[in-house]
Design a protein around this ligand. Structure first.
Ligand code: NAD
Length: 495
């Protein structure tokens, strides 16, 4: 094993006594409770963070309200420049941030660098560009004049106020950046509640945001359990929640937001995404596609595919070739630059995945590859390929959020579409074919917020992203986020 050496600033950061980030700096929590942060590759406790309490929630909301008053008055071009500077600072501190992220999440270092830092900086710059382009419209009222009077009208786009950004553990930095960039560019302030499993990187980024020129209170970070997220959603001083996480928690958050005086809520939830391979795709292209769709970051990606459908004539050779490729993956320490496949992010998740292996066996599914935890320290499970018996099998219906690709054969393209749509979720899906004309005819029949053709999982800030059915409400990216982070005020004038 040849792990890279941790930078001295990473060692020093991990040794810090981590506190909350409120009003432009670190402050002690009112609570004496702390949470352990555990490196899933080694099982070692690498840091402790505060488990915020109700008084901390009040302090963060008061700070965010003051931050909103100030930040919403800052000129759009200046807001955009702050985001651009933050993107530069992410890149300048790339290795430090990537190493902190890998230590807390087990994400392989190459993925931490490429996605949690480089992609996050790319998203920040994209959002920064919107700062100077968000406006209302002038309108022509429709009613006739009664006595010669005239009417004109226009709309204003106003920031919604204090946003609560609740973040999951799989991409702790990039998802936090989506939320803070959407909020800050529209003139809102934001309180980020990171996952209890991965709270560290965003605490460091909050410091960088102040260096980039963000005023106190515009960004606060409250660490803690789900209870902290719930208290923020229910707080009368918050105006909107942007939640990314699992379907059951998302539904609870949506309910709490509605009960707390119809607080606006966007919910980016999980899924059970399908990938359908048409007969014309050659096996090597299909195997590369399956690795991209199902095994990047050990499958811990909301948009990853977990249900794979291949033509009956191809399914056996396809699974055999996939199994051969997975057998050659370099599995190891996420701090070793050669590693292609690392641990999952926490012990709880590893146990959940073991539960899925047991279900597959209990339902007589055929385990083609993997299907076990790995006999080594850390939260490792084998990359796994399963052949299901029927559409009702658990592994084709429940989100595993892990490196498990479950297959079922189809005979006709009509059947393929029915199989792909047979799920209560609809975050993403992909079709793989050389026949683009056929793909374009099939795309409208697929029930998902994003349909990829000959690709899967790649998110682009210019392309809206979000779920249909139980996978969520609202869209991030593109111009679509503007509706969620601003109120539309109508102004009508008689003259
Ligand atoms: P989770 O739902 O367990 O937790 C997400 C966040 O919600 C955490 O910060 C948690 O502390 C907080 N939370 C828990 N209970 C809460 C409550 N009652 N009120 C408010 N906040 C609460 O999800 P997870 O296990 O961290 O992440 C994995 C899930 O996230 C998967 O289902 C995955 O599909 C989904 N996900 C979706 C997207 C997307 O963009 N659609 C992206 C990434 C992950």
């Amino acid at each position: 094993m040849t792990d890279i050496t941790l930078l001295p600033q990473v060692e020093a950061f991990l040794r810090r006594r981590h506190t909350l980030f409120i009003d432009g700096g670190y402050v002690q929590s009112h609570s004496s409770q702390t949470l352990e942060v555990i490196n899933p590759a080694t099982d070692q406790v690498i840091a402790h963070v505060a488990d915020a309490d109700a008084a901390d929630v009040d302090a963060a909301v008061e700070s965010a309200r003051r931050g909103f008053q100030q930040w919403s008055q800052v000129a759009p071009a200046v807001r955009g420049n702050v985001l651009l500077k933050l993107a530069d600072l992410l890149e300048r501190n790339r290795e430090e941030l990537a190493q902190i992220e890998t230590c807390q999440s087990g994400k392989i270092i190459q993925v931490s660098r490429a996605f949690e830092v480089d992609q996050a900086a790319h998203f920040l710059r994209y959002y920064a560009g919107w700062a100077t382009k968000i406006s209302g419209q002038t309108l022509t009222p429709s009613l006739p004049s009664f006595a010669g009077e005239r009417y004109t009208a226009f709309t204003l786009r106003e920031p919604v106020g204090v946003v609560v950004g609740i973040v999951p553990w799989n991409f702790s930095t990039m998802i936090a950046i989506w939320k803070l960039a959407s909020a800050l560019v529209t003139g809102c302030s934001i309180i980020i509640k990171p996952s209890e499993f991965t709270p560290l990187t965003i605490l460091r980024i909050a410091e960088l945001a102040v260096d980039a020129g963000l005023p106190a209170g515009a960004l606060n970070v409250l660490t803690g359990s789900g209870r902290v997220g719930q208290a923020l959603v229910e707080h009368p001083g918050t105006d909107k929640v942007s939640f990314t996480g699992s379907v059951p928690t998302g539904i609870a958050v949506g309910r709490s937001a509605a009960s707390a005086g119809l607080t606006r809520a966007t919910l980016e939830l999980g899924g059970k995404n399908s990938a359908g391979f048409l007969r014309d795709v050659d096996l090597d292209t299909a195997v590369n596609g399956i690795i991209e769709a199902g095994f990047l970051h050990s499958g811990q990606i909301c948009a990853a595919a977990e249900r794979f459908f291949a033509h009956r004539s191809q399914i056996e050779p396809l699974m055999a070739r996939l199994s051969e490729r997975l057998g050659k993956l370099h599995i190891g320490s996420p701090l070793d630059e050669r590693t292609e496949f690392g641990p999952v992010t926490n012990r709880q998740h590893q146990r959940k995945l073991e539960g899925f292996f047991a279900k597959a066996r209990a339902e007589n599914n055929t385990i083609i590859h993997g299907g076990k935890p790995m006999d080594r320290p850390g939260c490792y499970v084998e990359p796994t390929v399963i052949l299901a018996n029927s559409l009702n099998d658990s592994l084709l219906n429940e989100e595993t959020f892990g490196p498990i690709a479950t297959f079922l054969p189809y005979d006709t393209e009509e059947e393929l579409l029915a199989l792909m749509n047979h799920t209560p979720y609809g975050l993403s899906a992909s079709l793989w074919t050389n026949d683009l004309s056929k793909a374009l005819r099939m795309v409208p029949a697929i029930h998902a917020g994003t349909v990829w053709v000959n690709m899967h999982t790649l998110l682009d800030p210019a392309v809206p992203f979000g779920g249909v059915k139980s996978s969520g409400i609202g869209r991030e990216f593109g111009s679509a986020f503007i509706d969620d982070y601003t109120e539309l005020k109508s102004v009508m004038i008689r003259y």
